[in-house]
Write a protein that binds this ligand. Structure first.
Ligand code: SAH
Length: 248
């Protein structure tokens, strides 16, 4: 069981697989007023940076589930590196349908809402692990500016304009589902650059080390096209944020 290989190549050097920076991740941990001993569940935990740094900074207890074997192994190494491996546990597996045995203070899915068929399904799934008074975290893109054409949406790697809302609509949608939005941290273009541009050097180095790999042609094509595609579309049109929700 694993995610498509392209992500394990292009994001192999990422600690955070999203446009949020380490600084903003720390700000989010502060903003949520986490307390030592709080349980945090993270579906699609990637390389574990959120749980590991929050364990270090706030003393939380965390469980992460991720379908990438590479990212899960990296998360375990990061926990050891930060000396928090007794506080956080990383499970390699499919997070679809995952509900924790014990109810948690924070139930998160940061940039992987497809695991439950979109934002609505993911909120429903996370709510099943949440203790009363707990917080749901959803990391999700939104349109910074509405793309004027469907081709521009496709340039952002969306399947259509209707894949995402503009920010006020996204916030309203949480309200319509019966949730208060109690905090948010938004990515900026510098954060997008850290997420996207970091893939380019990783691809270049991977190509130098793996020129005979059957995958090399695909990675080469991506390295050639990605900088311009990203600058023309994603960087201009797509926003991204983490939204903290509490049931009304
Ligand atoms: N939340 C992390 C990772 C976001 S990237 C961060 O912010 O750094 C999306 C993650 O979802 C990837 O790590 C990918 O491996 C994982 N993923 C994709 N499908 C999944 C599934 N069905 N179950 C669990 N994890 C999944």
């Amino acid at each position: 069981m694993d995610i498509p290989r392209i992500f394990n190549v292009t994001e192999s050097a990422h600690r955070i697989h999203n446009p949020i920076t380490p600084e903003k991740l720390a700000t989010l941990g502060d903003a949520l007023r986490l307390e030592a001993g709080d349980q945090v569940l993270d579906l699609g935990s990637g390389s574990g940076e959120m749980l590991c740094t929050w364990a270090l900074d706030h003393g939380i207890i965390g469980t992460g589930i991720d379908m990438s074997r590479l990212f899960t192994d990296q998360a375990k190494l990061r926990a050891e590196e930060l000396g928090v491996d007794d506080q956080v546990k990383f499970i390699h597996g499919d997070a679809a349908g995952y509900v924790s045995d014990e109810k948690v203070s924070v139930a998160a899915c940061v940039g992987a809402t497809w695991i439950a068929g979109g934002v609505v399904g993911t909120i429903e799934l996370l709510a099943r692990s949440l203790r009363p008074g707990g917080i749901i975290l959803i990391g999700e893109p939104y349109w910074r500016q509405l793309p004027p054409t469907e081709d521009i949406a496709k340039g952002c790697l969306a399947s259509s304009i209707s894949d995402f809302f503009i920010l006020p609509e996204l916030l309203a949608s949480f309200g319509n589902l019966g949730y208060d939005v109690v905090e948010m941290i938004l990515a900026d273009q510098d954060g997008w650059d850290r997420y996207e541009a970091a893939k380019w050097l990783t691809m270049r180095r991977w190509l130098e080390a793996n020129s005979d790999d059957e995958f090399a042609q695909e990675v080469r094509a991506k390295l050639t096209s990605e900088p311009v595609r990203y600058a023309a579309y994603t960087r201009e049109y797509l926003g991204w944020g983490v939204f903290a929700l509490m049931p009304q």
